[in-house]
Design a protein around this ligand. Sequence first.
Ligand code: SF4
Length: 588
Amino acid sequence: MRIKAIVVAIASFAAFVALGRYVVRAGEPAALVAWERSLTDHSTLVALWLTRICRPPVLVALAVVVVVVAWRFPAWRGRAIFSIVMLLLCWRGADLFQHLFARPRRLDWVMKHELSFSYPSSHAAIATGFFALWAWLLSMSQLPKTTRNVAAAALVVLALAICWSRLALGAHYLTDLIGGALLAVALVSAGVAAVPSAVFGGARVGLGRIGPLMAAADPALAQIERKLDLNVPLSMEDGLALYRTTDIHNLGRLARREKERKSGKKVFYVLNRYINSTNVCFAGCTFCSFAADEFKEPDRVFRMTPDQVFAKAIETGTNFNQIHIVGGHDPRQLSLDYWLPLMRRFKAALPHVQLSLFTAAEIEYMAKRHRLSFPAIVTALKEAGLDNVNGGAAEIFADGTRSKICPNKVSAANWLAIHEELHRQGIASNATMLYGHIESLEDRVDHFIRLRESQERSPGFNAFIPLAFHPDGNELSYCGWTTGLDDLRTFAVARLMLNNFDHIKAYWMIQGLKVCQVALAFGADDMDGTHGSTDEEMIYHAAGTLSGQYVDDREFRRLIEEAGYVPVRRNSTYDEFAWDWSPELVSA
Ligand code: SF4
């Protein structure tokens, strides 16, 4: 991206200077010769040299480059328009002087005072070219704010100096005065056009209102867009700015752009089965409406045997690519003795089905129970056929909040350590964040940054899934429901913060099908799974979700296509399948 910026800047600069040359040559050659003799400063010599190498074929090629870049990279269209505006300013501004104000008799006066501002029209063209280049460099710079302010001030000073030179040369005539003022206004406008882009994000410009074409309406988003163009990871401040912006359309635009860089027009879904195998749990998370105390609430307790889990999985057929199972910290179920034989049974009977089992909390529980290290338990699970670990139990990593909402659950450090070990041993996983309860925006952005750093250390996360807090039947019910805007913002911020995650999942069970469809325009590229038609999700239904239990894959495809994307069937690890793939067809 940096090379592209430099190429476009050089092309524009050369085009500006070359046009100045043509304007001069169309006028008075004798005066040009005199002007060349008067050159005293290196910058003008460089400009003159450029005018000599810029022939029509070169100019045409440069113009083609600008048009191709503008067409191929939408983010650069604003800059291309800016370039064209600068071109017109240069051309017409110089032309104006050529035909109205340039007077060879002034050259005597110029030579006498040894000034390099010897020929008004050529000088105007070249100065405008320099100005345009500076404005370009400023507008795409990642310089510190103070540096940009100083540079912007320098642009304005330069414009005023040029204005002064024009007045000094031509103040004897009213037309020169007006012409000088016009050119100065054009140049100041060009400079000011760059200043808001660099300092205020292009929200406001001088004459011509070029800024809105160059950048997002929210200045903070314009800065962030430049970072995204350069693939610079976003900071805590960037994440907070994304969450706080009211420019929701540009937030969506940026997230959608990043989504399409990752997965193009594809949006994924999976034919799967979903099972909660037990709700017995003693962890006592304050946001949880699902867990049951075996002794205090015997009527609410359920605990499936291995046979029941297997029978439930195939109750509605075997044409699915993933089985997703999670449960509570149940001492009578959560052990390797229960799970390893069941996992092997699944693999033997349904080899096309990927096992997406457990969360890091469950794995830590089993590791403690069997006195195994994390590497040892991951190895045991892998040997039994584990393909993927679910992203749950991440909740919020920030210690202060985590200690209030899930004090007895896996720590943030262990959650990350387990996932990193899974990745090292070749097992994929996902990550989640529970938002919309007592956490702060800083907690959310901190969560993203920790996930991004973990992915950097040990790559293997496939998807991030934002989990909206649901308030029914738990201790945090006073927090209420998340709003649609908060949900969409969170999808978009996740997409923009997690630049090393390939997928952002909009799980219809959590935010609902309609919000999840809109989330596809805010960076999400996955709608998760169909579930089986007789499956019973318990965790979110206990907390009050209004989503159903099952979505037909035809409905997924309709929603995705209506959003302008291409539905793609996948498995846990994002291998792609034809929409009508079935295990029978494979074996035939
Ligand atoms: S969220 Fe999970 S670990 Fe926490 S109480 Fe509920 S079932 Fe147990």
